[in-house]
Design a protein around this ligand. Structure first.
Ligand code: SF4
Length: 342
């Protein structure tokens, strides 16, 4: 059963009672797919999968620094559904619905049944016209919401229209579907993600190695074998993946499944999510520890979306200091070495 209400959470044994949760549900959507429900250990009160998807009353607490639009999408939206923050790429947010609703979601005020919905045909026309009119746009990133909730027919329509725009070379999808609803990734879906003359990338969002069930691994394999290039996207989350063993295992799981680790996000200042956030210094220490532990192939880039819409910054701690030809470089064990080439 696809869980969408507090009553269904109780019936599925994911919470003992719904006390206090109706107030959470009134603000933020609930969504847990059967695949994710099956991964949750009901006997573990600290289960990292449950923590990502099962609502708690902690979400009712907002802090002064939290914002409705934490990464500043609205400030860079020239037409409905488009975010044009950097010159060479745009976000195309065709849909604001997801199969699951992550409790830490950075767009939680926009997604869900009461969110911004799906673009109307005329809004989609205007969004595609905007892309066609801006020759500097090299990459279109379909996000939302989760674009893979759209049917293969709808996805194909979008891809066919993007295929007609000569300056668009790359189409990238950001999605949780291969992990949370793997059976959706069938041959029709994979064909729909591709367009003549364009390269399709897909960023798989996962935060804990246990999300990679056998079905999820099979869905990912179908995508890679079908010609889609995969990269990863994760969020560093307190109580989910904030220890080096889990993080290392997650990154290695990506690589083993032919997904190149890409972004590890510091959690955004989304309302009611302070219980997921650690300090940036703690995040940097974790990322440094990863460096000494796992292959360079498995290293993600630790990223902060600067609040207010100023874009992404690489916040992995710098390992080099000094200047004027004489530097000090720190190795993965924290030991400093001088580097002063003649
Ligand atoms: S899938 Fe993405 S957009 Fe949807 S709730 Fe999770 S983080 Fe938010």
């Amino acid at each position: 059963m696809h869980i969408k209400t507090t009553k269904a959470l109780v019936a599925a044994g994911l919470v003992a009672d719904a006390a206090g949760l109706d107030a959470v549900a009134a603000k933020y959507a609930i969504g847990i797919t059967p695949a994710i429900s099956a991964l949750i250990d009901r006997d573990d009160p600290t289960d990292p999968i449950a923590r990502q998807f099962v609502p708690t009353t902690a979400e009712l607490k907002t802090t002064a620094d939290e914002r409705v639009d934490p990464i500043g999408d609205l400030a860079h939206s020239p037409v409905e559904g488009i975010v044009h923050r950097y010159p060479d790429r745009v976000l195309l947010k065709a849909v604001h619905v997801c199969p699951v609703y992550c409790r830490f979601c950075f767009r939680r005020e926009m997604v869900g049944p009461q969110g911004l919905g799906t673009l109307t045909p005329s809004e989609l026309d205007a969004a595609i016209a905007y892309i066609a009119a801006h020759s500097e746009i090299w990459e279109v990133i379909l996000t939302g919401g989760d674009p893979l909730v759209l049917s293969p027919r709808r996805l194909r329509e979008i891809m066919v229209r993007l295929a007609d725009i000569a300056h668009v070379m790359i189409v990238r999808f950001h999605t949780r579907v291969p992990v949370v609803e793997p059976d959706r990734v069938d041959a029709a879906m994979i064909e729909a993600l591709k367009a003549s003359g364009k390269t399709t990338y897909l960023a798989v969002h996962a935060n804990h190695p246990r999300e990679f069930s056998d079905s999820a691994r099979a869905a990912v394999a179908r995508l890679v074998d079908g010609g889609v290039v995969l990269v990863s996207q994760s969020v560093l989350l307190k109580g989910v993946n904030d220890d080096v063993e889990t993080l290392a295992s997650l990154m290695k799981t990506f690589v083993e499944n032919r997904i190149k680790p890409y972004y590890l996000h510091h959690p955004d200042l989304a309302p009611g999510t302070s219980h997921f956030r650690m300090s940036i210094a703690e995040g940097q220490a974790l990322v440094r520890a990863l460096r000494g532990r796992i292959s360079g192939l498995a290293q993600p880039t630790y990223i902060l979306d600067i609040p207010g819409g100023h874009g992404k910054a690489d916040i992995g701690a710098s390992t080099i200091t000094g200047g004027d030809g004489c530097f000090t470089v720190r190795d993965w064990q924290g030991i400093e070495h001088s580097y002063a080439p003649d």
